[in-house]
Design a binder for this molecule. Structure first.
Ligand code: F3S
Length: 754
C-alpha cells in the first residue's frame, strides 16, 4: 500500500492537543487552516500565536510530491545532502515530459524513447533514497496524490504549483520550489509566512449544467489572478458538503490561478466516501475519530466575518456555468454571455479543439459527466464539430473509465485518448491541425490558459470550462453555443437539444486497475546506482559549491547592472531551456540572458572588462570564471520575483557570481541565494544604485566580519580610479552565515551528517 498509515495515525494522535493549545493561545475559535498549520509546527505543540501575513513560521510537512520536470534538480541537490533516505515520505511522478500527439500507446512509447535518461535517473535515484516512483503513464501528480496520499488534516508540499489540488481532501498542500522540497527531504523545517485567510461560504446545491469548476471560475472572476496572494482560501458552508471530493479538488486546484497559497475544505462525508472508494478505509476510520479537528470550529463558520480576513459567499443553486478566458483564467464570463463578448472582442467563434483532463478535471465524475454529453451527441446523431482530446488523470481512472465504457463513448465521437499525463496542459502537444500563429479558439477543462500555454501559438484563444461544458461546446464547434438554451442541427437536418449532463461521483463497481504504475523503493538503497550518463546533455551530477574566500571578494567585477524588472524568468529562462533543467552547466548558458543591461538597455549584451568587448552574459561570465575573477550582479527592486525556481540562484553561483546587490529582493529568491552560499545584499541607500558604472570593481572591505544585523562595507573603484564607499544591508542570521561559510546549505547538512 502506497500511503503511510502509521504516519497519519501519528499526525492525528497529536492533533487534538496541538489544536486545543493553539485555540487557547490565539484566544478564539479556529478555522480549519489554522488547525492544520498549528498542528504542523516544526517545534511541536504551539507556544505562541502567529500574526497572519506577517510572521515567518517553521513547519513540518507530512509529505512531499515532485513531478518529473522539477524533480530532476531537486533530487540532484538532495544527493548532495549525504542522507541515506528522505526524511519525509516522498513521491516522484512522471507526467510532464509526455507529448500528446497520436494517442496514449504511441505517445508513451515516444516519450520513453526521448526522455528515457530522465526517467531512468528519476527511477534509480528514487529507488536509492526511499522515494516512491510513479512511472510515465501512471498519471498526473495531483490526481495520483489525491487518490493515494492526500489525507484530511495533513500538510504537504510539492514541487508544482497545483499541489494545492490535495485541499480537496482536506489538506493544506502547497506548491514550492525545489530548494524548499530538498530542505524537507533532508530533515530541515520548511518556512512559510503565516498566511492570511479568505473564507468562501457556499450555500445551495449545484444543478443542471453547473459544475464544481464553475465555483472556482466564479471565484477567479471575483478575486482575479492576484487576489489570493499570501492567503489560504477555506471553503465551508452547506454547499461545500454537497460537492464531491474530486469536485473540491478541482476548486482547490485552480486556487493557484488566483495566487492563493493554497485552498482547503473541512472533512465531510464526500471525503469519507472518496477515501473508502480508493481503498483507504483505515484513514477514513481514523479521521472519523477526530472529525471536529478536521474542520473549522462551528462559531467560525457561523460568523465568518469575525475570523477570516475576507469572506465571499456563493449560492451554488443560482451559480451559472462559466467559460473563462482567453489568455487569463480570471476573465470570467457566463456561458450565455460569451457570444456577444467574443464578437465584440473579435475572438474566433469557431472552436477547433475541446480538451478534457489535466490535474484539474480528470476524475471519474468529470469523465462520466462529459461522457453523458458525448453519448447524447451519438444518440441524437450529432457529429462533433471540433476535435476532441482526453487526458485521464491516472491509470486507475483510465482503467476504470475504460471498463465502464466511458472511453468508448468519447472514441465513438472521434476523440483521441492521450496518455494519463499533463500533455497539452503544459504545452506538450504536437497539435495536428495548426501551424504558425494563426488565430484560433480552443476550449479546455484545464486550469491555465495563458498565451502559448497549450500549443505554443500566441494567437490560440483558450477558454477554461467544466468538462461537460467543454464537451458541449466542442460538439457544437461554436464558442457562442449555450447548451441550456440553444439547439443544434444533427446529421439528419433535425433540430436537437442537449439535455443536462448526468454523472456519477464514484464508479458504482468501484475503482479498478491492473498495473497502477507505482514502483516502491527498495528497503535498503545503499547499493543502488544512480543512473546518469557522463555525456548526458540533460543530466549532470552536481559538485558541491566551494565556499567563497574573503580574498576572492577583492577586485570583484561587475557582470551586469540589471535595469527594471528582473524576474527568475529573466535570470533563468524557461521555454526550450527546460530541457536542461537537470544539467547545471548547460542550463547556465541562459543565465541572465533576459535581464536588461542598465547601460545600453539591451538584453544579453554586457561589457567584458577583461577585453573591453561586449558579449552575452553567460559567455562574459565564463571568461571571468576562467580567469579566477568573482563577479557581482546589481539589480533594481523586487529582484528575483516570479517562480521559486532554484536555478536562478544556482546558475550564477555555478558560473562564479559571488554577490547580488539590489534595491530589494523577492524573498524566496533571496533565500535561494543564501542557500547556495552566495551573498544576497541590498543597498542601504537605494540611490547608491546610480553610483554603479559599467567598468566598476568592488572590494568587500569588511567581509571578514560578516555577522547578523551588521551591514557590509563595499568600496567601489571606478575606471578613472575614483572611489565610492557604500553600505550594503543583509538579512543573514547565524545559521545562514554558516551556509555561506560552508559554500551552501547542503554542504552544511552533509557535514552535520558525516
Ligand atoms: Fe500537469 Fe497541467 Fe496539472 S501541467 S500538473 S496537468 S496544471
Amino acid at each position: 500500500m502506497a500511503f503511510d498509515i502509521d504516519m497519519i495515525k501519528e499526525v492525528y494522535s497529536q492533533m487534538a492537543e496541538r489544536v486545543d493549545k493553539a485555540r487557547e493561545l490565539v484566544g478564539k475559535p479556529l478555522t480549519l487552516s489554522e488547525k492544520i498549520l498549528y498542528s504542523h509546527l516544526w517545534d511541536g505543540t504551539p507556544n505562541k500565536s502567529f500574526e497572519r501575513g506577517k510572521d515567518y513560521v517553521d513547519f513540518a510537512p507530512d509529505r512531499i510530491a515532485c513531478q518529473d520536470a522539477t524533480a530532476q534538480m531537486a533530487l540532484l541537490q538532495f544527493m548532495q545532502a549525504g542522507k541515506k533516505t528522505v526524511a519525509v515520505p516522498t513521491t516522484v511522478h512522471c507526467d510532464h515530459l509526455i507529448q500528446a500527439k497520436q494517442g496514449a500507446a504511441k505517445d508513451l512509447m515516444r516519450a520513453n524513447e526521448t526522455s528515457n535518461e530522465v526517467f531512468d535517473f528519476l527511477e534509480s535515484v528514487s529507488n536509492k533514497y526511499g522515494i516512491g516512483f510513479w512511472r510515465p503513464g501512471a498519471g498526473i501528480i495531483h490526481q495520483v496524490v489525491l487518490e493515494n496520499y492526500a489525507f484530511p488534516g495533513g500538510m504537504m508540499i510539492g514541487t508544482d504549483s497545483h499541489t494545492v489540488n490535495a485541499g480537496g481532501l482536506g489538506m493544506v498542500a502547497i506548491g514550492v520550489g525545489g530548494a524548499d522540497a530538498v530542505d524537507v527531504m533532508a530533515g530541515m523545517p520548511w518556512e512559510l509566512k503565516f498566511p492570511k485567510l479568505i473564507g468562501v461560504k457556499l450555500t445551495g446545491k449545484l444543478n443542471g449544467w453547473t459544475a464544481s469548476k464553475d465555483v472556482i471560475l466564479k471565484v477567479a472572476g471575483i478575486l482575479t489572478v492576484k487576489g489570493g496572494t499570501g492567503a489560504i482560501v477555506e471553503y465551508f458552508g452547506p454547499g461545500a458538503k454537497n460537492l464531491s471530493c474530486t469536485g473540491k479538488g478541482t476548486i482547490c486546484n485552480m486556487g493557484a490561478e488566483i495566487g492563493a497559497t493554497t485552498s482547503t475544505f473541512g472533512y465531510d462525508d464526500s471525503m469519507e466516501r472518496f477515501l473508502r472508494a480508493t481503498d483507504r478505509h483505515e484513514i477514513a476510520d481514523e479521521a472519523n475519530k477526530i472529525r471536529e479537528y478536521l474542520t473549522g470550529d462551528d462559531e467560525v463558520y457561523e460568523n465568518p466575518e469575525k475570523y477570516f480576513d475576507q469572506v465571499i459567499e456563493i449560492d451554488l443553486s443560482t451559480l451559472r456555468p462559466h467559460l473563462n478566458g482567453p489568455f487569463t483564467p480570471d476573465l470570467a464570463t457566463e456561458v450565455g454571455d460569451l457570444g456577444e463578448k467574443a464578437r465584440k472582442n473579435d475572438w474566433p467563434l469557431k472552436v477547433d479543439w475541446g480538451l478534457i483532463g489535466s490535474c484539474t478535471n480528470s476524475s471519474y465524475e468529470d469523465l462520466s459527466r462529459a461522457a453523458s454529453i458525448a453519448q447524447q451527441a451519438i444518440d441524437k446523431n450529432l457529429k462533433s464539430k471540433s476535435d476532441f482530446g482526453i487526458n485521464p488523470g491516472s491509470e486507475q481512472i483510465r482503467f476504470t473509465a475504460e471498463r465502464d465504457g466511458l472511453l468508448d463513448v468519447f472514441e465513438n465521437l472521434g476523440a483521441t485518448i492521450f496518455t494519463n499525463a499533463c500533455g497539452p496542459c503544459i504545452g506538450q502537444w504536437d497539435r495536428s491541425d495548426r501551424k504558425g500563429d494563426e488565430k484560433n479558439t480552443i476550449v479546455h477543462s484545464f486550469n491555465r490558459n495563458f498565451s502559448k500555454r497549450a500549443d505554443g501559438n500566441p494567437n490560440t484563444h483558450a477558454f477554461v470550462g467544466s468538462p461537460e461544458m467543454v464537451a458541449a461546446i466542442a460538439i457544437s464547434g461554436r464558442l457562442d453555443f449555450d447548451p441550456m438554451n440553444d439547439t443544434l442541427i444533427n446529421e439528419d437536418g433535425q433540430e436537437v437539444k442537449l439535455d443536462e449532463p448526468v454523472g456519477l461521483e464514484l464508479p458504482p463497481k468501484g475503482f479498478a486497475v491492473d498495473d497502477n504504475g507505482y514502483l516502491a523503493p527498495t528497503a535498503d538503497g545503499s547499493a543502488v546506482e544512480v543512473k546518469v550518463a557522463p555525456d548526458s546533455e540533460r543530466l549532470q551530477l552536481l559538485e558541491p559549491f566551494v565556499p567563497i574566500k574573503d580574498s576572492e571578494l577583492q577586485g570583484v567585477k561587475l557582470l551586469i547592472k540589471a535595469f527594471g524588472k528582473c524576474t527568475t524568468d529573466h535570470i533563468s529562462m524557461a521555454g526550450p531551456w527546460l530541457r536542461y533543467r537537470g544539467h547545471l552547466d548547460n542550463i547556465a548558458n541562459n543565465t541572465l540572458i533576459g535581464a536588461v543591461n542598465a547601460f545600453n538597455k539591451q538584453t544579453n549584451f554586457v561589457k567584458n572588462q577583461l577585453t573591453g568587448e561586449y558579449g552575452g552574459v553567460p559567455n562574459v561570465q565564463r571568461e571571468y570564471k576562467a580567469n579566477g575573477i568573482k563577479t557581482i550582479v546589481v539589480g533594481d527592486h523586487n529582484y528575483g520575483e516570479g517562480s521559486s525556481r532554484e536555478h536562478a540562484a544556482m546558475q550564477p553561483r555555478f558560473l562564479g557570481v559571488a554577490a547580488v546587490l539590489v534595491k530589494s529582493f523577492a524573498r524566496i529568491h533571496e533565500t535561494n541565494l543564501k542557500k547556495q552560499g552566495m551573498l544576497g545584499l541590498t543597498f542601504a541607500n537605494e540611490a547608491d544604485y546610480d553610483l554603479i558604472q559599467e567598468d566598476d570593481t568592488f572590494n568587500f572591505v569588511d567581509i571578514a566580519d560578516f555577522a547578523p544585523n551588521k551591514p557590509l562595507t563595499i568600496e567601489i573603484v571606478h575606471a578613472d580610479g575614483s572611489k565610492d564607499t557604500i553600505k550594503a544591508n543583509h538579512t543573514y542570521n547565524d545559521a545562514q552565515i554558516k551556509w555561506y561559510h560552508e559554500g551552501s546549505a547542503l554542504n552544511l547538512i552533509k557535514k552535520q551528517n558525516a
